[in-house]
Design a protein around this ligand. Structure first.
Ligand code: AMP
Length: 304
C-alpha cells in the first residue's frame, strides 16, 4: 500500500563546526518521502519554485515517489539555514525564506484521495488538516510537529490531533505541549488530546512509544560518526509510516514497535552525511543489517 506524504520541500544551507554546504535538498517531506520509499510507494505533496533542480524529480521517479502532487510555482523554493554547535545536538536557525511556501495550499490530485496511510510531515497544522479534509477516510494517520506550532498555532494543532492515530514529536516538544517534566506523564497526557499512539524522540538517546496501556522504549543506533543531524526526525517519521504502509494491514502495538526500529535505522543513515546523500542509495540489506543490531541490543541475556 502507498503512503501519502505532505510537508516542506526546501533548499537548505547547513553549517557544522567542521563543514558548511549550501542549496542542498531538504525539507520535512523530502526526508520523510525518501525514507518511506524503502518500504512502500509514496505520493508526495508539496511546493517548489522555478529554481528547484529537475534532477530531484528524476530521483523521486526512480524511488517510486509520485510527484503529481508537487506544485511548481514561479518564484524561489523555500530556503532554510541552520548552524550546529560542537556537540551536533543543539542547533540555531540562521535564516528562513518562505518564498513559494508562503502561499502554499496543498491540493490533492484525484488519485491521492483514497490513500490508506498518511504522513503529515512537519508543516503548519492548519495545512495538515486541510490535507485530511480532502481525503476519503485514511486508515492510519501519522503526524509530526515542532515547537513553532506548539507556540504559535496551538488551536490549529488541537483541532488536528483528534484525527491523528500516531503523533511523533521530540522530548522538549512533548514537555512544552503538556507542561509535564516526566516524559512518561507527557506521553500519556498527549494521548488525551486525541492520538491513539504517541512516539517521543530523544535524539541520540532513542525513542519512547505509548499506546493503550502499552509502553516501549528503544535506544539509538550506536553511530561513531555524525556529519549532519538535519532531517533525522523527518526520516524517522518517514521510516515508520513507510514501514506501516508497506507491511501492515491493521496496525498493532507490535507493528509500531517494529516501525519505530526501522525509523531509527533510517535516521541513523540520514545523519551520516549531509542532506539526503546517505539516504539516496541504500540497499535493503544495509537497512536489515542495522535492524538486526537493534534486536541484539535489546535482548537481555545476562548470567544470574
Ligand atoms: P529536522 O532536522 O527534523 O528538524 O528537519 C529539518 C528540516 O526541516 C530542514 O530540511 C528544513 O528545510 C525544514 N524546516 C525548517 N523549518 C521548517 C518549518 N517552519 N516548516 C517546515 N519545514 C521546516
Amino acid at each position: 500500500m502507498s503512503v501519502l506524504v505532505v510537508g516542506s520541500i526546501a533548499l537548505d544551507t547547513v553549517k557544522t563546526p567542521v563543514e558548511e554546504h549550501g542549496d542542498l535538498l531538504g525539507g520535512s517531506a523530502s526526508y520523510a518521502a525518501t525514507a518511506a520509499s524503502y518500504f512502500s510507494p509514496v505520493k508526495l505533496v508539496g511546493v517548489v519554485g522555478s529554481d528547484f533542480p529537475e534532477s530531484e524529480f528524476d530521483f523521486w521517479k526512480k524511488h517510486n515517489i509520485d510527484s503529481e502532487g508537487v506544485q511548481r510555482v514561479n518564484g524561489k523554493t523555500f530556503r532554510w539555514s541552520g548552524e550546529y554547535s560542537w556537540d551536533l545536538n543543539t542547533r540555531e536557525t540562521r535564516s528562513v525564506a518562505l518564498n513559494v511556501f508562503e502561499n502554499f495550499k496543498p491540493a490533492l490530485p484525484e488519485s491521492y484521495r483514497k490513500t490508506d496511510f498518511v504522513l503529515l510531515a512537519n508543516i503548519a497544522p492548519s495545512l495538515q488538516l486541510h490535507v485530511l479534509e480532502q481525503m476519503e477516510r485514511p486508515r492510519f494517520v501519522v503526524a509530526d510537529t515542532m515547537d513553532l506550532w506548539i507556540e504559535t498555532a496551538r488551536a490549529d494543532l488541537d483541532a488536528l490531533l483528534p484525527h491523528v492515530d500516531l503523533l511523533i514529536l521530540n522530548d522538549s516538544e512533548a514537555r512544552e505541549m503538556t507542561k509535564e517534566t516526566s516524559l512518561i506523564k507527557a506521553g500519556n497526557h498527549i494521548r488525551e488530546f486525541g492520538p491513539r499512539y504517541v512516539a517521543i524522540k530523544k535524539g541520540e538517546h532513542g525513542a519512547l512509544l505509548f499506546g493503550g496501556d502499552e509502553f516501549f522504549s528503544c535506544g539509538a543506533y550506536p553511530l561513531e560518526d555524525i556529519h549532519d543531524p538535519t532531517g533525522a526526525g523527518d526520516t524517522f517519521a518517514g521510516g515508520m509510516a513507510g514501514y506501516l504502509a508497506g507491511t501492515v494491514k491493521e496496525v498493532t502495538f507490535t507493528d509500531l514497535r517494529k516501525a519505530m526500529i526501522y525509523g531509527s535505522v533510517l535516521a541513523s543513515f540520514c545523519v551520516e552525511a549531509f542532506s539526503l546523500e546517505r539516504l539516496r542509495n541504500l540497499s535493503m540489506d544495509e537497512i536489515n543489517e542495522r535492524y538486526e543490531v537493534f534486536k541484539t541490543m535489546s535482548q537481555f541475556d545476562l548470567p544470574t
